[in-house]
Write a protein that binds this ligand. Structure first.
Ligand code: CDP
Length: 222
């Protein structure tokens, strides 16, 4: 039996996770948010006072760090060494830390192995930065979801503001943080963010999330 493995890559705030979660629900299959795994590792490094971008700091903690995920009615719960950190990993500090820690090849190798195990054992929609290009390059269902940096900053800020957070942030500050993360993600040496040549591009700048979900579902090959 062949698995349904849907791979979605793209930059921060393009709508990937909303789209991926909805597509998984429509297809009745699992959703895996791989960014949450990088975020959990970054949280551990930050809690220990380590520098997430430093190999010397991070490599020693990798072997005895356990990042696991569980699906709870379509919502992912992310555990760090057994602790539910699903909410704690959604800060701007952890966003930056995740981008920095994700540059370290040993981190990527460890997390990609966990992600490939999930894809081997489940029909899954997985979103991230290197899913089409590195984690599951052989899947026939590859998508690149993107949007302009202005639009992505606007969405990310209103998402956080709706929760009553980062009310002091200006759009300009958020735009700067997103652009800086884009740069780190797309210029790293090992498995950078880039569009796979055979990925279908969905630009959500002027597209509703509903249309994006529909477009993606209509392009899935079983
Ligand atoms: O939700 P958002 O798009 O802001 O970020 P995320 O998907 O939670 O990912 C956080 C950070 O983890 C990204 O900036 C990437 O640097 C890194 N990441 C990665 O390198 N590879 C992945 N497959 C997923 C995330």
């Amino acid at each position: 039996m062949s698995r349904i493995n849907v791979a979605i890559d793209g930059p921060a705030g393009a709508g990937k996770s909303t789209i991926a979660r909805a597509v998984a629900k429509k297809l009745g299959i699992l959703y895996l948010d791989t960014g949450a795994m990088y975020r959990a590792l970054a949280l551990k490094a930050l809690r220990k006072g380590l520098v997430p971008g430093s190999r010397e700091d991070v490599i020693p903690i990798l072997a005895d760090t356990e990042v696991t995920v569980r699906n709870n009615a379509g919502t992912q719960i992310t555990y760090l060494d057994g602790e539910d950190v699903s909410q704690l990993i959604r800060t701007q500090e952890v966003s930056k830390g995740a981008s920095d820690i994700a540059v370290i090849p040993e981190v990527r190798i460890k997390l990609a192995e966990l992600q490939r195990n999930v894809a081997r054992e489940n029909d899954v929609v997985m979103d991230g930065r290197d899913i089409c290009t590195y984690v599951m390059p052989h899947t026939k269902n590859k998508f690149y979801v993107t949007a302009s940096v202005e639009e992505r900053a606007r969405r990310r800020l209103s998402e956080l503001n709706e929760k009553g957070e980062y009310l002091e942030y200006t759009l300009e500050k958020m735009r700067g943080e997103i652009a800086s993360r884009d740069h780190t993600d797309s210029t790293r040496e090992f498995a950078p963010l880039t569009k796979a040549p055979d990925a279908i591009v969905i630009d959500t700048t002027c597209m509703s999330i509903e249309t994006a979900i529909e477009t993606l579902v209509n392009n899935i090959r079983l």
